[in-house]
Design a protein around this ligand. Structure first.
Ligand code: GCU
Length: 408
């Protein structure tokens, strides 16, 4: 592919471990003023500092103001999936911004639950109709990508998209294990294209004149917290046990949501890669330069300024993972997804260990990069699955076990 006129050709991606280079990571346990952090109380202060650094340099500032929400339950099916679930559809409206579309939440609660159910919450890529083959889930009417499955027409969903990503959402398996599942289309919060913010929450909140204005990842993370606001009001849900899960770009958003909002009991990053779990300072697979030039709308404007000086970024992604401590964290890679830098995701988890230790927890513990399909770790877990960039039954089997052991 020839670069467009006036555009420099892209540096090729590196997949050679020998060429990754040497680097010094910022220490999560040393404050800006140079003080060593040795207690959870000090870490809480350092946490605030780190959140600010990520806001200023990576994802942008999440607006602090409370937004009035109205929850409208539009449909309840008491016997969904052959009686396995109560299925609810809830629209989250923004009372002060009637021009914004609501976030449409699809929620399955196991019928067998004797008490409020713990829940996996994750945004989906192409509309709620994509996660299930059930015929009575309305097609999303929002902007959708034409690229996913080639089933959209002029960025609108068609019937062909129904169940398109159902393999990524083993709803029945999750329900049978006693967990609820909540999902919503990420495009309800912000459609994922450079101008998409004009019709999303960033059109009314934030400050576009600032280098630290929030990007789309920040908006999606914010949306996850608004879904949490709803879950806290639903008596069928155990809102102390909400696990936020996300794949790829949505994995990045899930990590940022979990870092900021401690109501999330656990975080699961599925192949979140660059700008997610992977260390930015490693030259391997996707780089800060590549992601910030191809997807500038995901980040704050200042992030791009680090594209040729990543060593000067005041944070690295292990500190994002550390912000989730002491809560359980699952980092999943796939061997066929070298673009996401599996080893860089693992090492990032290793580097968060000290913060888990402050709380008397073992994170990944003293482990080496594991073999394929070999989950490792304690409060922080990691696996490198064989196969491609995707969410599979194998991934979910690990998440369910992790939830049984650490969140239940
Ligand atoms: C691209 C992008 C990644 C992202 C991925 C996805 O490959 O470069 O950073 O994670 O899309 O969201 O599937």
């Amino acid at each position: 592919l020839q670069p467009a006129l006036g555009q420099a050709p892209e540096p090729p991606a590196n997949y050679d471990e020998a060429k990754v280079g040497t680097f010094t990571l910022p220490d999560p346990l040393v404050s800006k003023a140079g003080k060593r952090i040795t207690t959870p109380a000090d870490w809480q202060k350092r946490r605030t500092e780190l959140l600010q650094l990520f806001a200023d340099n990576v994802y942008g500032q999440t607006p602090a103001q409370a937004v009035k929400l109205r929850f409208q339950v539009s449909n309840v099916d008491q016997a969904a999936l052959n009686g396995l679930a109560t299925r609810k559809q809830i629209s989250i409206f923004f009372t002060d911004y009637p021009q914004l579309p609501p976030i449409d939440v699809l929620l399955y609660i196991p019928k067998s639950a004797q008490k409020p159910a713990p829940v996996f919450l994750g945004l989906n890529f192409c509309g709620n109709h994509c996660v299930t083959t059930e015929a009575d889930i309305p097609l999303s009417t929002r902007w959708v990508s034409n690229v996913i499955g080639n089933v959209s027409v002029n960025n609108r969903a068609t019937e062909k998209a129904r169940g398109l990503q159902a393999t990524r959402w083993p709803i029945e398996t999750v329900l049978k294990r006693g967990y609820a599942l909540a999902t919503a289309y990420y495009g309800d919060i912000e459609p994922d294209y450079p101008q998409g913010w004009h019709t999303g929450i960033r059109s009314v909140l934030g400050d576009t004149t600032k280098a630290s204005n929030w990007g789309a990842i920040g908006a999606w993370a914010w949306g996850l917290s608004r879904i949490m606001d709803y879950l806290q009001t639903d008596p069928a849900i155990d809102s102390k046990r909400v696990m936020v899960m996300g794949h790829s770009r949505i994995g990045k958003a899930s990590l940022w949501a979990g870092a900021q909002d401690t109501r999330f009991a656990a975080v699961i990053s599925n192949e979140s890669g660059e700008g997610g779990a992977a260390l930015a300072r490693r030259w391997y697979g996707e780089t800060l330069e590549r992601i910030s030039t191809h997807f500038p709308h995901w980040f704050c404007p200042r992030y791009t300024t680090y594209s040729k000086r990543v060593a000067e970024l005041p944070v690295d992604q292990h500190e994002l993972l550390a912000l989730i401590a002491p809560r359980p964290l699952y980092i999943a890679s796939a061997d066929g997804d070298q673009w996401s830098d599996p080893r860089g995701e693992f090492l990032s988890g290793v580097e968060a260990e000290g913060v888990y230790r402050l709380y008397g927890k073992t994170g990944l513990g003293p482990v080496r990069f594991p073999g394929l399909n070999e989950p490792v770790g304690q409060t922080v877990r990691y696996h490198n699955r064989s196969g491609k960039h995707d969410v599979t039954d194998y991934d979910w089997a690990q998440y369910l076990r992790f939830a049984d052991e650490l969140v239940r």
